[in-house]
Design a protein. Structure first.
Length: 156
């Protein structure tokens, strides 16, 4: 429920026959349409979060083809509006990390598909465990469960 948002105070639109259509009813319909948009926004933000608390997918999500992740490298993958870093530090060993830098929250890059780097202040993170290996970040990246199924990488 969203008790404090305007969607709880919405009026239902009344059906209007064509000969009853007046300027006043047009204004009312416009207000009802705006209320519906507000209701939609409230519903989606409260019942279906796409991310968990650490910014990873809230449910197992097909993020990439395993073949797209180089051995000893990393890619940045986005699915359903969620971005994660997917690394393969050694052959067949996949890891998924948050793409949010632990220093001040910038989005990481998969630099040349070789390292996880932050464009803001140049922090670098380990492909093995997400720990910081350079720059000002002091905390490891959040890590998410990974499963490889039929050549696809599922994260979350
Ligand atoms: S925000 Fe990433 S290094 Fe500062």
């Amino acid at each position: 429920m969203c008790d404090s948002c305007p969607c709880q105070q919405e009026e239902k639109p009344q059906p209007v026959s064509q000969n009853q259509f007046t300027r006043r009813s047009a204004v009312g319909l416009a207000g009802a349409a705006a209320g519906s948009l507000t209701l939609s926004a409230c519903s989606s933000s409260q019942s279906e979060s796409l991310t968990d608390d650490a910014g990873g997918p809230s449910a197992p999500t097909d993020m990439a083809a395993a073949a797209d992740v180089p051995v000893g490298g990393v890619i940045k993958a986005t699915a359903s509006g969620v971005s994660v870093m997917i690394a393969q530090p050694s052959e067949g060993q996949f890891r998924a990390f948050s793409s949010v830098c632990t220093h001040q929250g910038c989005q990481l890059n998969a630099q040349m598909e070789k390292s996880m780097t932050c464009p803001c202040h140049s922090s670098v993170f380990s492909l093995e465990d997400g720990s910081p290996t350079g720059g000002p970040a002091e905390t490891a990246l959040a890590q998410f469960p990974v499963e490889v199924k039929e050549g696809r990488i599922w994260v979350g």
